[in-house]
Design a protein around this ligand. Structure first.
Ligand code: ZN
Length: 199
């Protein structure tokens, strides 16, 4: 039985709908330098793909595939971070997303048989499984960044947490109640310290 690394936080708003946000958030920074990486080993990376419906059960990734996936994650984090801050994204990161988009043919192929007539089926050669998974993630990112929800992309403000999310309501500043509680506790502590100093 392989134990896989899971995020210590519940999914950030929007990650259930957008696998590109889920991939970007597959590494989490926590207070005290603690953090987790859901793609920290080939086994973890495999489990992540299976959990997100991007690879069939029984898949086994190699370290090379794991590195490709974490490379795309770095590019997505750069692109999303630039978007949130209103900066120009690094060209290399945009290139990385485009490489993932175009590395494999993603169009469903045209097939014909006498029972079904013409129909289209996605071709997913096992050898290109990671490339196909990455193409889907990159497609999601490109659609999100150019769609009407692009303005909702934001980043958790409860440092050191830096997870991305969709700001599903105007006053949402944190990716989770746990991050919100941490900020509130820190503010309460700071107010108490202020009172002690004044007295
Ligand atoms: Zn957070």
């Amino acid at each position: 039985m392989i134990s896989v690394t899971r995020s210590p936080l519940p999914p950030a708003p929007g990650t259930d709908d957008h696998v590109s946000l889920a991939l970007a958030n597959s590494t989490v920074s926590l207070p005290g330098g603690r953090g987790t990486d859901e793609l920290g080993s080939p086994e973890d990376a495999t489990a992540w793909l299976v959990a997100h419906g991007l690879a069939p059960e029984g898949t086994a990734l190699l370290t090379y595939c794991q590195n490709q996936l974490t490379g795309l994650r770095d590019d997505l984090r750069s692109v999303f971070a630039a978007h949130v801050r209103g900066h120009t994204p690094p060209e290399s990161a945009v290139d990385g997303v485009n490489r993932a988009l175009t590395k494999v043919p993603s169009a469903p192929l045209l097939r014909y048989d006498s029972n079904h007539g013409f129909h289209r089926v996605p071709e997913h050669p096992v050898t290109q499984l990671v490339e196909h998974a990455m193409a889907q993630v990159a497609e999601d990112a490109a659609a999100l960044l150019t769609g009407e929800r692009a303005a909702l992309i934001s980043q958790c403000e409860a440092s050191p947490c830096d997870r991305f999310m969709l700001r599903t309501h105007a006053r949402r500043h944190w990716c989770s109640t746990r991050c919100g509680d941490r900020v509130r506790a820190a503010r309460a502590y700071a107010r108490k310290q202020d009172r002690i100093t004044v007295e």
